[in-house]
Write a protein that binds this ligand. Structure first.
Ligand SMILES: Cc1ncc(COP(=O)(O)O)c(C=O)c1O
Length: 400
């Protein structure tokens, strides 16, 4: 159901554009390649650059959009609803790395996406498909950022959006949804209650539901993070990926991308070890992983300031747990206090103002390096999934 594209056909076009090249360990120079590609975005590629690139690499990489739609062959084939999401930078985090004892530490900064989080990718793909299918109104439950992204892409597509969120959602998320003209409904409860609300109302109200993992294209958009990693690391993947997990679609999406890339012959069977980091106040995946279970239990009294991680039971928990196990990864929790302390380190040492969810990845890296689970020379990518600017109430508290 997920893949509407023809992977065999996509493989031919994409491999002309992107690979296969080498299949080695991630090299730090990979991050600089991205800087170069990024600078084309600002100035526009010069003819000489184009000729040099296409001559040297025999591909059309430099001519593709600097957004996730550069991988159009493995995305819905409709006219994209886009705000130029994706192709976020991979930043070398050497000052933080020195502190943690990691020599090849990187941050992929998803906070630079439209609406300030990686949710833009999934919603660009989902709204693209929904518009092509003639959807009249779009609805989603949200922890906050997905709602902001849906509201923005729905506005761009000219389709009304209904956003159902817990009353405790950060103010910036409510504000942006209202500015984008969405119908915002706040409920006393968690995202699971918002999910029930959408499911119960959609038939009667004529909504097209774009809930994570119920709608198949959000994951397709998010998987582009995996394609970008490969391209930005010069045709290789890092040893370890640390991802904050709520619904788990970011992590699952990347694993899907790696499977597709293997099918297309770009990579072999080796995978980055996937680390799922959750909030100590809502850690169903960590509990299940530690218990060796195949699915999670509902996490009672879930509470954390990292609103994107306040997901007491993910719909795709069994997929997340399977991906962690098959990549020889792990799951680990961070308290809110640890997240904000680590977020301050990230800001002071690297100039990155992260969402608490993104800051949680720093906590995980620190703990796993201290335990020797990550070796000093291994390449590690932390995903800062959102910008700190949208969490001003929580940051105000943390900075007091
Ligand atoms: C900033 C941020 N990070 C991480 C997540 C969790 O993402 P996923 O649901 O893909 O696990 C969310 C979800 O709302 C989020 O907003």
């Amino acid at each position: 159901m997920l893949a509407r594209y023809d992977l065999a056909k996509a493989a031919k076009t994409l491999s002309l554009a992107f690979g296969p090249r080498r299949n080695g360990r991630a090299a730090p120079s990979g991050a600089q390649r991205m800087d170069k590609a990024g600078s084309f975005g600002l100035t526009g590629p010069q003819d000489a650059d184009r000729a040099a690139l296409s001559g040297a690499q025999g591909n059309d990489q430099a001519l593709r959009p600097l957004s996730m739609w550069r991988y159009a062959e493995v995305l819905p084939g409709d006219e994209p609803v886009t705000l130029s999401e994706g192709m976020t930078p991979i930043l070398i985090a050497d000052r933080l790395g020195a502190k943690l004892g990691l020599r090849a530490l990187y941050v992929k900064d998803e906070g630079l996406n439209p609406t300030g989080s990686f949710k833009a990718r999934g919603l660009s793909a989902a709204v693209t498909r929904a518009r092509a299918l003639g959807a009249k109104a779009l609805a989603t439950p949200t922890a906050g950022n997905a709602g902001g992204a849906l509201a923005a892409y729905a506005a761009k597509a000219g389709i009304p959006a209904v956003i159902v969120m817990p009353a405790g959602t950060p103010h910036a998320n409510v504000q942006e949804c209202m500015a984008f003209g969405a119908d915002v409904r706040k409920l006393d409860g968690l995202i699971s209650d918002c999910g029930k609300y959408v499911a119960e109302h959609k038939e009667r109200e004529g909504w097209f539901e774009v809930t994570t993992l119920k709608e198949p294209y959000r994951i397709e958009g998010k998987k582009t993070m995996g394609y970008e990693l490969w391209e930005q690391f010069g045709g290789a993947l890092p040893d370890v990926i640390i991802y904050p997990t709520g619904g788990g679609v970011g992590l699952v999406g990347m694993c899907k991308a790696f499977d597709e890339m293997q099918e297309m012959g770009w990579i072999g069977g080796a995978r980055p070890r996937m680390v799922s980091v959750q909030a100590a106040g809502c850690a169903p995946i960590v509990r299940a992983f530690e218990a060796g279970a195949k699915a999670s239990e509902f996490f009672e009294n879930a509470a954390t300031l990292a609103s994107g991680l306040r997901v007491p039971k993910a719909i795709g928990d069994f997929i997340i747990l399977n991906d962690i196990a098959t990549t020889h990864g792990t799951a680990i929790a961070a308290t809110d206090e640890e997240m904000f302390a680590a977020g301050r380190e990230l800001a002071r040492l690297e100039g990155i103002f992260a969402a608490p969810e993104g800051a949680a990845t720093v906590v995980a890296a620190q703990k796993l390096a201290a335990r020797g689970w990550i070796k000093p020379e291994e390449s590690v990518v932390l995903f800062n999934t959102g910008t700190g600017y949208k969490y001003s109430e929580a940051w105000d508290q943390a900075l007091k």
